[in-house]
Design a protein around this ligand. Structure first.
Ligand code: CU
Length: 398
């Protein structure tokens, strides 16, 4: 993942992450727009694709015991060094609207490449694509990774696996995320966000009466939310995915269908700076993840499900929400909020994992050894190896 050609354009900058100074007192709430406490002076190298690579100073050898432990866990990256090893350089992820026009085009082209490449699993019928395989994996894991403490770790690793696929389809720019507050801090409808621009984004709203929701019982614990698929839901009427045929979903079905959306501006408050600052002010991991996760496990919407509910249609399908390519920007946005929260008190929070492992009794209690399910799509990985994005296989920052 290290680019072979690096520009000689070198910047010295103060970065958002760093080896933490001893810090045991909980700091005040972090404002959404704030940079995380600058600590170390770090070199940033910008490559020809516009990716900023933060050079990590003093990558020392891992203690032998830890290295062996890491080596015994199969690495999802396929690298020999294994998960948990400090990265030599970190890719800085970018908000969608901060990507260059050519990177936006290239990213969309890579998504369409996944959607037109035959699935790696050849036991699937011909029509199934590499993109569909990510949707199948989300479906298979869904009941074990939502409404639980491992929700954030699982989706972090899943986002990394998707980024690998996007890279294999030729995208070399920064991996994009969605900062909802850039849409909700003003008065412009979220639907007018550059994220949903028909030419430089992911296309817009559904066209009413162009999609009929299946009404059969799909046998799932979380049936389709009728509101998310109700009038004026429909096939998207613009953008690069307007004519794309998806083969998985909605929910636990296998049907050929268009990408369905139904924007719901009512979700605006849960995507607002005030709501996100409240999430960032939580003082332990259990309170933190609970504050960003709401429906269908809690009575009120929160940031995670609010983003799904705002877009509606496929994004609101519990099992197959990642049919909508915006899923990955939304979840990278959540991943960023998690990292922001951790960065505020690295000493305490970097390895802090607490909370239930099942939304139903007996709820269980998570530890770092909890195994996140990715088979047969990829290797399983333990929660403890997902906690630090500056470690392999992740190697990124925000
Ligand atoms: Cu999910």
């Amino acid at each position: 993942m290290i680019p072979c050609t690096l520009y000689s354009f070198v910047l010295l900058s103060f970065t958002a992450f760093a080896a933490a100074a001893p810090q045991t007192v909980e700091p005040g709430a972090l404002e959404v727009g704030d940079a995380v406490t600058p600590i170390a002076e770090t070199e940033v190298v910008v490559d020809e694709f516009g990716v900023e690579w933060v050079q990590v100073p003093d990558v020392e050898e891992e203690p032998v015991e830890r290295r062996q432990e890491a080596a015994s866990t199969s690495s999802a990256s396929g690298s020999a060094s294994g998960p948990g090893k400090k990265c030599r350089q970190l890719e800085v992820r970018k908000e969608w609207r901060d990507l260059s026009s050519s990177n936006k085009r290239s990213y969309i082209a890579a998504v369409k490449c996944l959607q037109s490449t035959r699935a790696s699993n050849h036991t699937l019928p011909n029509k199934f694509t590499r993109y569909d395989e990510y949707v199948i994996q989300h479906t298979e894991s869904a009941d074990n990774i939502h409404g639980v403490a491992q929700f954030l770790p699982w989706h972090r690793h899943f986002g990394y696996l998707y980024h690998q696929g996007i890279r294999q389809c030729g995208y070399k720019g920064p991996f994009p995320y969605w900062d909802w507050t850039r849409d909700t801090s003003g008065t412009t409808p979220v639907a007018n966000s550059p994220i949903f621009n028909p030419t430089t984004g992911f296309g817009g709203n559904g066209v009413p009466n162009t999609y009929t929701v299946p009404t059969d019982d799909d046998g799932s614990a979380w049936p389709l939310n009728p509101q998310a698929f109700s009038y004026p839901a429909g096939c998207i009427g613009s953008g690069p995915f307007k004519n794309t045929v998806f083969h998985v979903g909605p929910n636990r079905r296998l049907t050929d269908h268009c990408l369905v959306r139904r924007f719901l501006e009512d979700m605006r408050p849960v995507l607002s700076p005030a709501n996100i600052n409240n999430i960032l002010s939580q003082t332990n991991y259990d309170a933190f993840w609970n504050s960003l996760d709401g429906l269908p496990f809690k009575p009120d919407p929160a940031l995670h499900d609010g983003g799904h509910g705002f877009i509606g249609g496929d994004m609101a399908s519990f099992y197959t929400s990642n049919n909508d390519p915006v899923f990955y920007l939304h979840h990278a946005g959540l991943d960023r909020i998690w990292w922001k929260w951790v960065s505020t008190n690295l000493n305490v929070r970097l390895n802090q994992i607490q909370g239930q492992t099942s939304p139903f009794p007996p709820h269980g209690s998570i530890t770092g050894d909890w195994v996140l399910p990715f088979q047969p799509f990829s290797s399983n990985i333990q929660v403890k190896y997902t906690m630090d994005i500056r470690n392999e296989p992740y190697c990124y920052t925000y």
